[in-house]
Design a protein around this ligand. Structure first.
Ligand code: PLP
Ligand code: COI
Length: 356
């Protein structure tokens, strides 16, 4: 990786001010990682450089046919070091998204090297305490060509953003809107890929959620409009009164790394947990009867967020007592402890960055 430091980085006092209350995705560091790919040369020209706007041809295929994929991960201050959480899983999922979008895959070690080099270069931007440095690797097709076929040129890039809580209320339970007119992904579609188009298609449903006083939208399956899939940017888990748990199965949802980690943590703890379909009708009935005790959303950006209420056309339904429940709290504490190095790490999920 060629390191080309910024010639005019953000002064320390301005950086400190920006990092006081960064929120999510609004503040960016001084550098970015970029790597080019062409059919002729493969991956080449890997560098860390000053973060700046791209020069991109107006005919670049990403602007027309949306060949774009991304990832979301975080770097944490852990003791005296800096850690990533299961970055190899992000690299693998990135390549699965690439294959679905007919884009080139990137060697996993190159993906991780780009992230590590950026974190090292922008180390002063990693928040202390509960914050983290949100990392956004992505790839766009850059060939100037209007025919509909995979591009012959791509740009891989990683940007970094100091981040606090995703939801404005912090750990306060969120409300979710169950969309009955929009769906996110159909069988055979791109639901399992992390491509920008999925999020573009979710925005109008998310706007409806906000209009109805909710924080996030819940999507049901496209075929029957019956089975709970996931939220606009998070997976979902259900906790029942007998201690068992359930989460929707993989297929048309994003295979969340937080989701996979929670499945393992719950199984380690001896919880009966299944990946099985759950209908919206069951959700409402179980919440009303009290069989359903807790529901939470999970993802890199949101971590583990309790869902206190669902809203839908024709009604609302509180979940349990509407508060952050004990299972949700315990799993959140365990996961964040693992990420930050205060919990034992039996599965070797923590990845220390050599800060040089
Ligand atoms: N589902 C969607 C649609 C997402 O955008 C995300 C966030 O990345 C997730 C689920 C959770 O995935 P992860 O836990 O890997 O961040
Ligand atoms: C993440 O959790 O990393 C996401 O990508 C969710 C959202 C911000 C798109």
């Amino acid at each position: 990786m060629n390191i080309l430091p910024h010639t005019d980085p953000t002064p320390a006092d301005k950086r400190a001010q920006l990092m006081l209350d960064p929120g999510f995705g609004r503040v960016f560091t001084d550098h970015m990682a970029t790597i080019r790919w062409t059919t002729a040369d493969g991956w080449h020209d890997a560098k860390i450089e000053a973060r700046k706007p791209f020069q991109i041809d107006p005919a670049a295929s990403v602007l027309h046919y949306a060949q774009e994929i991304f990832e979301g991960m975080k770097a944490y201050k852990a003791g005296n070091g800096v850690t990533l959480f299961r970055p190899l899983e992000n690299a693998r999922r990135f390549n699965e998204s690439a294959e679905r979008l007919a884009m080139p895959t990137i060697p996993e070690d190159l993906f991780i090297e780009a992230i590590e080099a950026l974190v090292r270069t922008d180390r002063d931007w990693i928040p202390e305490g509960e914050g983290s440095l949100y990392l956004r690797p992505f790839m766009i097709s850059t060939e100037a060509f209007l025919g509909v076929r995979p591009s012959n040129e791509y740009l891989f890039c990683v940007i970094a953003s100091p981040a606090g809580a995703y939801f404005k209320g912090g750990a306060k339970p969120v409300k979710v809107w169950v969309s009955d007119d929009y769906t996110r992904a159909a069988p055979g579609g791109t639901g399992a890929a992390k491509c920008g188009g999925n999020y573009a298609a979710s925005l109008v449903a998310q706007a409806q959620a906000v209009k109805n006083g909710c924080d996030q939208v819940v999507f049901l399956d496209a075929a029957e409009h019956r089975w709970v899939e996931e939220l606009g940017g998070m997976n979902v888990f259900f906790v029942f009164d007998d201690g068992s748990m359930r989460t929707p199965p993989l297929g048309t949802i994003l295979p969340g790394i937080t989701r996979a980690s929670i499945l393992t943590l719950a199984r380690d703890a001896g919880i009966a947990i299944e990946e099985a379909p759950y209908s919206f009708d069951e959700w409402k009935a179980d919440a009303a009867s009290g069989r359903l005790k807790e529901v939470f959303a999970c993802g890199t950006a949101a971590v583990v967020a309790a869902i206190g209420e669902i809203r839908f056309t024709g009604g609302t339904q509180q979940i349990g007592d509407g508060q952050d429940g004990p299972v949700t709290r315990r799993l959140r504490a365990q996961l964040t402890g693992l990420q930050r190095g205060t919990e034992a790490d039996p599965h070797n999920w923590r990845h220390a960055i050599d800060m040089g």
